[in-house]
Design a binder for this molecule. Structure first.
Ligand code: F6P
Length: 539
């Protein structure tokens, strides 16, 4: 089936032709109840779609499209462990990672919920050992610093959550500092190693495959640093200073991490969906296992809502469908993520991987080339900082951009008036900017001061940022991505587009060190020559 041909799709095209020319300010003039009609509340979240270029009729037609694409059936397939990742013949069961103990999901004769909870128990034991100063470094002193080495899903999720929930680090946990290192060029280690005491530093090698060269290069550098500083045998260093969070225990063992220092997860957890697994270890070390379980609980509540709520009240379904409307019917192919909360500074980066690695596809599940657009270019920044960077383009550029404004309603309740005032200031900016983007402004004296408006946005609000609400927010976007993949008939759980790049780089590594006798393209050869001429002394 091709989405481009089906009835609901064609009806939406016709509907878009009539509505596409209407300005948001006219839609607001036409109905005073627009906010009530087009905002949805559930699970402690409010999603305001009234600044989208839609009407109630648009939503009805989008829901019809979801029904024609059998979204309900696909949601059940996702939750029950069917092979929704067709090209890799796997289920995608990240929802099982946050299911309560009494749930059951059968996979090849095993209840995966049992496995999940056993791994949580092992993780908890390890967290307690480290937090209670029972895990010792090579000279017998307790661990004080933890460095997560990982990239992509093995970095972005835990990094984002650790930053967002910093305030939930209770006093006894503060004696641990948690760092993240990801870039393959060694910049992270170069910066951080001089500030750390080798004897009290523990490294987590986070890698689903345990074969990612970026991560292994950093892990090797870290181990060399420890060996040199300690003068200890490699076995002692491996045992006292490395933990692996991985889906590949054999490779971890071969590298030197013994079974007792391994935390495992499964091939049915996609890298960018792995935050909820043992990849979340840095989060548990930072905010405690209780906090980590709250995060899981928030995500599970969103899972239940996604699975049970009717589509016209279903937050991830509506968020996904409105995105499809903008992309496929209003031809908007840029998406800005704008949290008005400095704690969510890493959220746009996290979503870049979640959305673009999942849905950046042009071939459908049956291997046919698509005739319609899929994932837009997505980027973002803390909203108030972005106002001083790229909002000029949002307000007066030539590019239509859809925006997500995200903010907690309350913050700093126990802190001083000044900070509460700053939160109000931030909220006022959030509301003012989405309003101006939607309605425009023609009060300016010159044409340079004119704001066209009509840039659509969704505002996502929740009571306060807690482990539970953050879990819900992340799951909201995970399911939104799934909804869009079902409409577009693509597999959101593979990432073949990044595999080739890894192989190409390995072969060029050899070329960089020696004179090439292979015929490369002129540009690559020219750049290799440049590098070689600047590093001759060292080659
Ligand atoms: O190269 C992309 C990717 O495979 C992501 O999907 C993944 O999150 C990241 O690399 C890291 O992979 P790993 O956890 O196996 O090291």
């Amino acid at each position: 089936m091709n989405s481009g041909d089906i009835k609901a799709w064609v009806e939406l095209q016709t509907h878009a032709e009539s509505l596409g020319v209407v300005h948001l300010k006219d839609l607001f003039r036409q109905s005073g109840d627009r906010f009530d009609e087009l905002s949805v509340r559930a699970n402690g979240f409010l999603l305001d779609f009234s600044k989208q270029r839609i009407t109630g009729e648009t939503l009805d037609k989008l829901v019809a499209l979801a029904n024609q694409q059998e979204l309900e059936l696909w949601i059940e397939k996702l939750f029950t462990g069917e092979q929704v990742n067709g090209s890799e013949c796997r289920p995608a069961l990240h929802t099982a990672l946050r299911s309560p103990r009494n749930d059951s999901v059968q996979l090849e004769g095993r209840d995966v919920i049992d496995d999940v909870h056993q791994s949580l128990v092992k993780m908890e034991r390890l967290v307690e050992q480290i937090q209670q100063a029972q895990w010792r470094g090579f000279d017998g002193r307790p661990i004080k610093s933890v460095v997560n080495i990982g990239v992509g899903g093995s970095n972005l999720g835990p990094l984002m959550v650790c930053e967002a929930l910093e305030q939930y680090t209770s006093l006894p946990l503060r004696r641990l500092d948690v760092h993240f290192v990801s870039s393959m060029d060694g910049s992270g280690l170069e910066k951080i190693l001089p500030t750390l005491d080798p004897a009290t530093t523990l490294f987590i090698i986070s890698s689903k495959t345990f074969s990612t060269i970026d991560t292994l290069a950093n892990a090797n550098t870290a181990r060399e640093w420890l060996l040199k500083a300690s003068g200890m045998p490699i076995d002692t260093i491996n045992r006292h200073h490395f933990i692996a969070a991985t889906g590949n225990p054999e490779a971890a063992l071969k590298w030197g991490v013994a079974e007792e220092n391994q935390l495992l997860f499964w091939d049915w957890v996609g890298g960018r969906y792995s935050l909820w697994s043992v990849i979340g270890l840095p989060v548990a070390l930072k905010i405690g296992m209780g906090g980590f379980r709250e995060l899981l609980k928030g995500a599970h509540m969103m899972d239940m809502h996604f699975r049970e709520a009717s589509f016209d009240e279903n937050l991830p379904v509506l968020l996904g469908l409105v995105g499809v409307w903008n992309i496929n019917f209003l031809n908007i192919h840029a998406h800005a993520i704008l949290p008005y909360d400095g704690r969510l500074a890493q959220f746009p980066s996290f979503l870049e991987q979640l959305e673009m690695e999942s849905n950046g596809k042009s071939i459908n599940r049956d291997g046919e080339r698509l005739k319609y657009r899929t994932c837009p270019v997505l980027w973002g920044e803390v909203g108030s900082n972005a106002q001083h960077a790229f909002y000029q383009m949002l307000h007066q550029g030539t590019e239509p951009v859809m925006c997500d404004f995200i903010s907690a309603a309350k913050r700093y309740e126990k802190d001083g008036d000044e900070l509460q005032q700053q939160h109000k200031l931030s909220l006022a900016n959030c509301l003012a900017q989405s309003r101006l983007l939607a309605l425009g402004d023609d009060e300016g004296v010159s044409k340079y001061q004119h704001y066209d408006g009509n840039q659509p946005s969704t505002t996502i609000m929740f009571d306060e940022l807690t482990p539970e609400t953050l879990g819900g927010l992340i799951a909201l976007y995970e399911h939104k991505v799934f909804v869009q993949s079902v409409i577009w008939e693509i597999n959101p759980f593979d990432q073949w587009g990044v595999e080739k790049g890894k192989k190409v780089a390995s072969s060029l590594l050899v070329e960089l060190g020696a004179l090439s006798d292979k015929s490369l393209d002129a540009s690559t050869q020219g750049l290799i020559n440049y590098v070689q001429s600047h590093s001759k002394e060292r080659v």
